[in-house]
Design a protein. Structure first.
Length: 195
């Protein structure tokens, strides 16, 4: 059953807010108390979880609620740390999803690849498996940097990395993989034709 237009608009709006979270948190913390900004974050997470439940994406809803619970738990220590840990948790969740897909195939990247190439050959399957592992490492490194900015960086440094640099690095990695993939594919095909 397709999503209704209001649900789709709400889902897109929540995704945009999630992506812009570091910048919005920086602005919010400059104008409001930490408790208010934390409350807004938790409301947005619960709204996203409800949307996932309505669309029958139970696993995504549970992960979103787990992130909300962890942030709530951290907030008992310090509200500022709870706000700054959101990007860390997102990176760790992504790393976990990608890593679990290696244990319980098909890997995430293979699923994406099969959207364009349903008859993926053995070479393509092996490549997507390796690339999924590389994405796991990327998300773990990004979580490490996000943790460092959350614990030891200024709010400006945290916002710069989590609201800009991490997206640029993700884009570079995503776009940079394409020519590498083409080069490796050609090399593989040349080996096969030369054999």
């Amino acid at each position: 059953m397709p999503w209704s237009t209001p649900k789709r608009i709400l889902a897109i709006l929540l995704a945009i807010i999630g992506a812009a979270y570091p910048v919005l948190a920086y602005y919010g913390l400059s104008h409001f108390s930490t408790r208010i900004v934390l409350g807004v974050l938790l409301v947005l997470l619960v709204a996203r979880a409800v949307l996932f439940l309505v669309s029958r994406k139970i696993a995504a809803a549970l992960v979103t609620l787990a992130v909300a619970a962890i942030i709530t738990g951290i907030s008992y220590q310090t509200h500022m740390q709870a706000l700054r840990m959101y990007p860390v948790l997102i990176n760790l969740v992504l790393a976990g999803v990608f890593a679990l897909s290696l244990k319980y195939p098909p890997p995430v990247i293979e699923r994406f690849a099969r959207l364009r190439h349903p008859d993926l050959d053995d070479y393509g399957i092996a490549y997507t498996r390796k690339l999924t592992g590389v994405w796991v490492a990327f998300f773990v490194c990004s979580a490490g940097i996000a943790t460092a900015t959350a614990l030891w960086g200024t709010l400006e440094e945290w916002t710069l990395y989590n609201g800009f640099i991490s997206y640029v690095l993700t884009g570079i990695f995503f776009i940079g993989e394409w020519p590498v993939r083409r080069w490796l594919r050609r090399r593989h095909e040349n080996r096969i034709s030369g054999a």
